[in-house]
Design a protein around this ligand. Structure first.
Ligand SMILES: *Cc1c(COP(=O)(O)O)cnc(C)c1O
Length: 358
């Protein structure tokens, strides 16, 4: 069976060696030695000034919305994972959807201003499949209307835009270290900000508000990661270069061999060092997609309809129609992409798809 992704597992000795340290320290959580070491390593690797590692990639969205959303209207994208929208509703804010750009698949910045009202407090946009939003235009709009900007950068490990980490943009950026993501700690995530005051608030918020044992800085939640998860991160981390170069080869292969007269690929924004995190293809119709999906499934290959459905159509929001996002959500398929996917299988996938496109 070939799945859309396959979790990268380091040699188990590497993991055991890291876990042994937790045993030696007799320390399993509350920001122990392994979490702190992982934060330092990632800070250097990503060239960011700060990072707070969290228990997953959803909690940092909720924390950011709790601190910056103010129960207001949040301008957001309908083309993302459901966590983006759910976090808004969960934090008692109201999602206001703005349709996406048909090539980049990120929020269409030219449509944001029309959606702003006097209740708007923030913009929460997703860098879809590691492809940056138009961060410069969004910053201009946010400044003009005094709005906060939160980026769901769950897919963006290692992405560099205009010479700096994509996590450096916006008031807060978040990432996911879930097992299906590029870099992982089984479950995990992170939040980033360049505002020192906000950084303190994010930090307190992810640890019950604690500032020492007896002092509290506002209300918090438990967003901490354990030493066992950090051990996984430390064991995976040394393999990142291999993981990325393997993925690049697969992406290059798809780019060279798929029949693009009948398929649309994602357009990566200029000035981006992309991370090869997903390989979405967009078909001419949903029927075409279903034909190809069935052909692949019949050969034990499972691509994934990601993202589908368009989030303005889920039952707990009353979203307006978003024609571009709805159309793309019906026609997009993410193809298998992971370190170690053998060339013979890759070739088989391409042949099966191209055959159905004729
Ligand atoms: C994976 C993902 C999340 C959620 O991350 P978790 O670590 O699974 O909580 C949020 N947004 C997007 C776009 C994602 O792909």
């Amino acid at each position: 069976m070939i799945n859309v992704t396959k979790t990268f597992l380091p040699p188990i000795e590497d993991y055991n060696n890291q876990v042994q340290r937790a045993w030696d320290n007799q320390w399993l959580t509350n920001r122990g030695e392994l979490v702190l070491e992982l934060e330092e390593k990632l800070k250097k690797y990503l060239s960011v000034s700060n990072i707070i590692i969290t228990t997953n990639g959803t909690i940092p969205l909720q924390i950011a919305l709790k601190l910056l959303g103010n129960n207001g209207e949040i301008i957001t994208t309908p083309f993302s994972y459901v966590a983006t929208t759910a976090a808004i509703v969960w934090e008692n804010c109201t999602p206001v959807f703005v349709d996406i750009h048909p090539d980049y698949l990120t929020i269409d910045e030219t449509k944001i201003e029309a959606a702003i009202t006097n209740k708007t407090t923030a913009i929460l946009a997703t860098h879809v499949f590691g492809n940056p939003c138009n961060v410069e235009a969004i910053e201009v709009i946010a400044r003009k209307h005094n709005l906060k900007v939160i980026y769901d950068a769950a897919h963006c490990f290692g992405v560099v835009f205009n010479g700096k980490s994509i996590f450096d943009y916006g008031d807060v950026s978040t990432c996911s270290f879930h097992a299906t993501k590029l870099f992982h700690t089984a479950e995990g995530g992170a939040m980033f900000t360049n505002d020192v005051d906000l950084q303190h608030k994010l930090f307190y918020s992810h640890n019950f508000g604690h500032n020492g044992p007896l002092d509290f800085h506002g209300m918090g939640i438990n967003g901490k990661i354990s030493e066992l998860q950090a051990a996984m991160g430390l064991a995976v981390f040394p393999y990142m270069e291999t993981i990325l170069s393997d993925r690049k080869k697969i992406v290059d292969y798809y780019n060279q061999h798929l029949n693009f007269s009948k398929l649309q690929a994602i357009k990566i924004r200029n000035s981006t060092n992309w991370n090869y995190s997903y390989y979405p293809v967009i078909f001419e119709s949903e029927e075409q997609l279903l034909l190809v999906e069935k052909e692949l499934n019949d050969h034990q290959i499972s691509p994934r309809r990601y993202f589908c459905p368009s989030l303005n159509t889920i039952d707990y929001v009353n979203g307006e129609s978003m024609p571009i996002s709805e159309s793309i959500a019906k026609r997009v398929l993410c193809l298998p992409l992971y370190a170690g996917l053998p060339l013979v299988d890759l070739n088989r996938i391409v042949v099966l798809i191209n055959k159905k496109l004729c």
